[in-house]
Design a protein. Sequence first.
Length: 201
Amino acid sequence: MSKVVRDKFKQIIKPLVTGKDILDFGSSGQLLNEVSTKNKVHLYSEMKKVAKSIMGVDLRKPKLSEQVKKELVYGNAETINLHKKFDVIICCDLIEHVMNQGLLLQNCKKHLRDSGHLIISTPNAKSFRILFKTFKVHTLWHDKSTLTYLLTKNGFKIKRFYYYYGNKTYPWYLNLVFSFLGRLNQGICVVCQKGRKNDEK
């Protein structure tokens, strides 16, 4: 069963990361709004306010404060070994950029505690927006069926699946339109946990 939500952070991510040890892969991106540079809101910074602890990993230095730049670990999310496990791992708008998505998921599983959650968001391949705009930096697109298959093959079980409006703040009339789009909304977000060994076969 899939659910449509307006705000990915407040409705999906925040309840799961509050008071937890968090690993955030791809911290340099993931804006929660689209406004002037001075007022941009980043997922990493918002999670830091409510998490018990947070570690951010990215290949590049983000357009964030100098303090955040010093906090991040720089490396490849597909291969980095942090020698630590976490309650929640965040991969928001990342999987569509990597060269080896299976390698990324296996690395997430290695760093995830047995009772922990992996949260992945990515553009919806069946979104109306894809008809008008594509992104040259994306290596692939997912819909519900392909992402579900990929996660299952890599040893994860899906707990909840969502469609969400997008990563921007929209005026009320667009929110009204998006509320009727259902599976054609711009983003998909999945919450999953480690599955049984035979789930990977």
